[in-house]
Design a protein around this ligand. Sequence first.
Ligand SMILES: Cc1ncc(COP(=O)(O)O)c(C=O)c1O
Length: 459
Amino acid sequence: MKYIPEPFKIKVVEPLRMTTREDRLAAIQRAHYNGFALRAEDVYIDLQTDSGTGAMSHTQWAGIMLGDESYSGARSYFHLMDSARGLFNYGYIQPVHQGRAAEKVVFPALTKPGQYWISNTFFDTTRGHVGLAGGRPIDLVCPEGLDTASYADFKGNADVAAMRAFIAEHGVENIAGIVMTITNNTVGGQPVSVANMREVRQLADEYGLLLIIDAARFAENAMFVKQREAEFKNASLKDITRETFALGDLFTMSAKKDAIVNMGGLIGVRDDEELVQKIQANVIPFEGYLTYGGLAGRDLEALAIGLEEGLDESYLRYRIGQSEYLAARFEEDGIPFQNPVGGHGVFIDAGRLLPHIPWQQFPGHALAIELYLEAGIRACDIGSLLMDKDPVTGQPQQAPAEFTRLAIPRRVYTQAHLDVVADALAAVKQRADQVPGYEIAWEPKVLRHFTAHLRPVKV
Ligand SMILES: Cc1ncc(COP(=O)(O)O)c(C=O)c1O
C-alpha cells in the first residue's frame, strides 16, 4: 500500500518529548490507568481522538486574526452562516461550543421521559444526553457493521428492518425519533450510504418521526459515498453533502472533526420554525447569545473556513489514505481490525487480539494501556468500558465489539509516526498473552471512561 503524500507543507512545528518505559509506567500509574488522566507531554503519538486535535491551515489562522468579537451580530457569525447555509442548505444554523453542547440543547427539547431514540449507533456523549433527557438510546446497526473480519462498503448503515420492528413492537408514541451518525464512529468510523439514509427517511415519514443527523464526520462520509456508491461516483462532495442533509430534519455537529477546528459545533434545522424556537430557548441559557453560541468570534471565523477546507477532495483522499496505510501494515502483521478502515482511524479488534481477557476486564482498554507502555502511544477503548451501566437496571453492558481506537488527528502526523505505531503494535502482539485485563477501582455514574480509575488484574 503506497502512502498518499500530504497535500500541504509544514509551517509550524511542536516539539515532542521522548520518554522511557519507566517514565511511562510511572505516568500511567499516576493516571490510575486511565489515558484521559495522562499529561499530554508524557505522550509521544497521541491517537486518543481526532476531535479538536487537527492542525489548522494558514488561512484559518489568518481568519483567527479577522475574528469579530462583538457580542451580537458579529461579522464572523455572518461569514459562518454563509458558509454553513451554502453547504447544508438548512434554513437555520446555530453555532454552539462543541458537539455535546448541541446534544444538550436538542435532546431535552425533543424527549418525553421514557421514550426511545433509535440509531444506527449512538456516540457515547449522544447516548449520555439521551439518557440525561430521560430517553432510552437503542443501537440498531446493520449486521455486517459488527463483523470485523469481513469487508462491506457501508458498515455504518442502520438496520432499517430492525428499526421498523422496534417501532412496531414498542409503539410509535414511545419513540422520540431517529439519529443517524455519519460516519458511524462507534462501529469504526464506518460510512453510511445515501441509499440507507433514504430508507431511514422513508421509515421516519411512515411514522411521522424526526430524523436527526449526527454529522461530526460528514465530509469523510461524503468521500466514502463518492468512492463506493455507484450513483455518486461523478458527484462533487458538496452535492453529496446536500443530498445527504436533505434527508434529515435536524443535525447536530461536532465541528472539531471534519471542520478542522480546535473547538466548535453546530446545530442545523432544515425547515421547522417551532423546532428552531425550542432550540433557541435552550441555547441562550446554556451556550450564550444566538450569534456566538459559546464560541469566540475568531472561532466562528476559523469554523467558516474549515467547513470548506474539510470537504477538499485531495485532502480527504490523503486523510483516508493514512488509515488505509496503517491498516495495510497491520494486515502484514496479522493484527485484526475493523475492515475496511473508517475515515478517522483504525479500530483494532482487541477482543480477538487478546482473547484471554473477558469483556468485563475491557480488552480494548488493556491494549490501549499496553501501547502506551510500549511506545508512548495514546489510544482509547471503544468497547465495554465506554458503555456506561444500563441507566434502568444499573448492570454493566457488553459492547457489541471490543475495539481499541487509533484515531488519527487531521494534518498532524507523518508516515514515520504511523510506522512507529505499526511497529509498537507488532511488538505487543508478540507478548499478547501476558497483557493483563483491568478492573474498575472507582467510576462516576455517566460517561465513566473519561474519569474512571482502573487497576490491572493479574493474568
Ligand atoms: C459521532 C460523534 N458525535 C458527537 C460527538 C461529541 O462531540 P464533542 O466532542 O465535540 O462534544 C463526537 C465526538 O467525538 C462524535 O464522534
